[in-house]
Design a protein around this ligand. Structure first.
Ligand code: ZN
Length: 282
């Protein structure tokens, strides 16, 4: 019906939709196609009044290895197009195309999903790296398996953090600095202690525990849930979140431009091999 290749759309219980990243061979790396399909799936669930709660899950041992750096289009900007906003210039030379693509596909999509007016729950197992954070952080709740590990490794690539710069709110300012500066792994248990994760459950119970939580919430009054979400998101935005995100996004674009001038590509290639080696444990 939907024609999606990388996304499954399931209805595991009344009022609950489970959207599943299904690009297991690449550890659910996010290429252009996957992100546009995911946005369509979120739209479908958001606009269906029978859906009260949305679960975002992924197939395979790992939640997501981040943006697909092997995508040949990654720097070609051919497939990105304006769905989120009115920004154009996807085929323009220089920094304009990079900014347009990331404003649409990274910051734009994540911000859009964060503002879906119904509860969303991320269900996370295994590794969740950089771009993976931009899928789970926009969700309202995060349920993690006890083997889940989180990492923003962009500093090793000459970048100041992922495009959706929620680190200070997710981890607190001091811990956010440490995890960005070191690019270290954050375990599920530590993420729970810091308040980034709601619950840590045994790996084998992850799907069941997330669904139980979703079903409980789906039985609550839908409009009240919407209002509660708007109120809490509004409190966060009153702290200057949107302005801070926009500043971080501009600095991120400066990082890409700097790397392009110095290294001839948008990220520092010296960081790619060590990051892959560390992330694969090879
Ligand atoms: Zn970027």
């Amino acid at each position: 019906m939907t024609g999606w290749e990388h996304i499954l759309y399931e209805t595991p219980a009344v009022g609950v939709v489970r959207i599943v990243l299904n690009r297991v061979a690449t550890r659910n790396a996010q290429d252009t196609q996957l992100l546009y399909e995911l946005n369509e799936a979120f739209d479908l669930a958001a606009h269906d009044d029978a859906v009260h709660v949305i679960i975002l899950a992924s197939a395979g041992p790992h939640f997501s290895s981040g943006h697909d750096l092997r995508e040949t289009d990654h720097l070609g900007h051919k497939q990105a197009h304006g769905t989120v906003g009115t920004w154009g210039g996807f085929g323009s030379p220089g920094a304009e195309a990079t900014m347009a693509r990331e404003k649409e596909m990274y910051l734009g999509f994540s911000e859009r999903w964060r503002n879906i007016p119904k509860p969303t729950i991320a269900q996370v197992q295994g590794k969740c790296i950089s771009g993976g954070l931009m899928l789970v952080w926009p969700c309202d709740l995060i349920v993690a398996a006890d083997d889940a590990m989180f990492q923003d490794n962009t500093l090793d690539l000459g970048m100041p953090g992922v495009e959706y710069f929620a680190h200070p709110w997710e981890l607190g300012v001091r811990q956010a600095k440490e995890y960005l500066f070191t690019a270290d792994w954050l375990t599920a248990q530590e993420a729970h202690r810091l308040g980034m994760v709601n619950r840590v459950v045994p790996r084998e119970r992850l799907g069941e525990a997330t669904l139980e939580l979703a079903v409980r919430i789906a039985k609550k009054p839908a409009f009240a849930l919407k209002l509660a979400k708007e109120a809490i998101n509004g409190a966060q935005d009153a702290q200057g979140r949107v302005s801070a995100f926009n500043l971080a996004f501009a600095l991120h674009q400066l990082g890409h431009s700097h790397n392009q001038q110095v290294h001839g590509m948008a990220i520092d290639p010296a960081g790619i091999a060590p990051a892959i080696k560390r992330n694969t444990g090879e």
